[in-house]
Ligand binder design. Structure first.
Ligand SMILES: C[S@@+](CC[C@H](N)C(=O)[O-])C[C@H]1O[C@@H](n2cnc3c(N)ncnc32)[C@H](O)[C@@H]1O
Length: 182
């Protein structure tokens, strides 16, 4: 295993442990790339399933190939911009992301979109590669926000940040309600 693959594995294991994926969970992996985290989540959610989304169709094709090769039957993928995709409301128990939420244009709006996809009490856990400036603001309204460093033992001691939060108690509708004028 290469160093970067080893680091990804360590970070993935810490992420999924923090997310607390349980056997019956429905898990959404945002910015899943080639699906490493999605497949690990699918194994943990043995009676549920994991869904990976990414902007990159070629990466998702690779994810599908690896999923078939590893004979995992409860992981699926589709192309989506997680910032705005209309995920099924309350469709997931857990949302995870390994480095996939760092290039959102409007992070707070993207997290609100993800909140709508979570079941009440559902959990969001993600890693990002640098001190999560602004994340606390972007997660305003979310419950139990925790931001902790995860030091990966490399020659350069890469620090990854691990952020966990529970769905906000009240989640705004996707669009402002339509006002009917008479
Ligand atoms: C650093 S890579 C991490 C990939 C994977 N999670 C891993 O650990 O190997 C970030 C991924 O997020 C995806 N991504 C970035 N913005 C996204 C968005 N708005 N919606 C969905 N995926 C996105 C990118 O295409 C890329 O594959």
């Amino acid at each position: 295993m290469t160093t970067s693959a080893r680091l990804r594995r360590t970070s993935c294991d810490a992420l999924l442990a923090a997310a607390g994926v349980r056997p019956a969970d429905r898990v959404l992996d945002v910015g899943c790339g080639a699906g490493d985290t999605t497949r690990t989540a699918a194994r943990l959610a043995s009676r549920g399933y994991a869904v990976g989304v990414d902007l990159s169709a070629p990466l998702l094709r690779r994810a599908q190939e690896l999923t078939a090769a590893e004979k995992i039957h409860n992981a699926t993928y589709f192309v989506a911009d997680a910032q705005v995709h209309p995920f099924p409301p309350c469709g997931y128990d857990v949302i995870v992301s390994q480095g996939g939420v760092t290039s959102f244009a409007d992070t707070a709006a993207a997290f609100r979109n993800l909140a709508r996809a979570l079941l009440p009490g559902g959990r969001l856990a993600f890693t990002c590669p640098r001190p999560a400036g602004g994340v606390r603001t972007a997660l305003e309204g979310w419950e139990y926000v925790e931001i902790t460093p995860l030091t990966l033992e490399t020659p350069s001691r890469a620090d990854v940040w691990l952020i966990t939060a529970n769905r906000p108690r009240s989640v705004p509708a996707a669009h402002p309600p339509t006002v009917t004028r008479w």
